[in-house]
Design a protein around this ligand. Sequence first.
Ligand SMILES: [Zn+2]
Length: 241
Amino acid sequence: MFYAGYNSPYGEALTASGFEKRAGIDHKEKKIFPYCFACQQIVFTRGTISPNMSDHYAHYTYDDSVDPMDYCIESNAGKNNKYLKGLFTDGWNLENGILLRNEFFKEDNIKRAYIFCLKLCGTGNFPLSTFERVIKRADAKNIWSYKNIPVWVIPYILLLLTDFHESKKDYQFRFILNKPSKLPLQNLWIKNEYTINKIFSDSGADVRYGSKSIDIDTYLDLSKDTAWLSDSFVNRLLELE
Ligand SMILES: [Zn+2]
């Protein structure tokens, strides 16, 4: 990746060469580090003195115990993961990310988000614990700070972050975006031509009737049935914040 935050995941975006110039060659001794905007972890500079490599940042290697879905989307491991490689942005809006997350947890939005995911997964296949897991993954990937993400798109993205269990028929499924993998996420929904597809986790084959259009009218229609949620359940949704 070409930009990282100067000494903070909210720091000024600098290239690897720009970082070294500002922080000095002894930046590690001074405890000044570049931070990834996505996973908010410390990264390191590469290629800053090599004539054969353009300067960039790299992530530290993950050990085998890390679930691949927890790889940073900006890391090489994340970029090489077939489920993560299309999940990238070409720009960060860190201040908006905080506002968007707050917006997502407003009562009407969180209720709609839950109902939307439940509709697409099917009754019995989207327990609260799963909702919590994908929100945590969204936090760890800082999806909220992707450029130009409206609040209604977030639930589509959450569905991409884990496998689900079909409880009656006992199989695993997941969702993928039907879009060119090199297309960044922003503006994905503007053209009304992309879909989210439900597939069997093992074979990758499409689950019948599992394709849904990515547009606001589809979202509002699939998320409207929130009236049956009990007050206590809504409180549990709000507590996920
Ligand atoms: Zn990262």
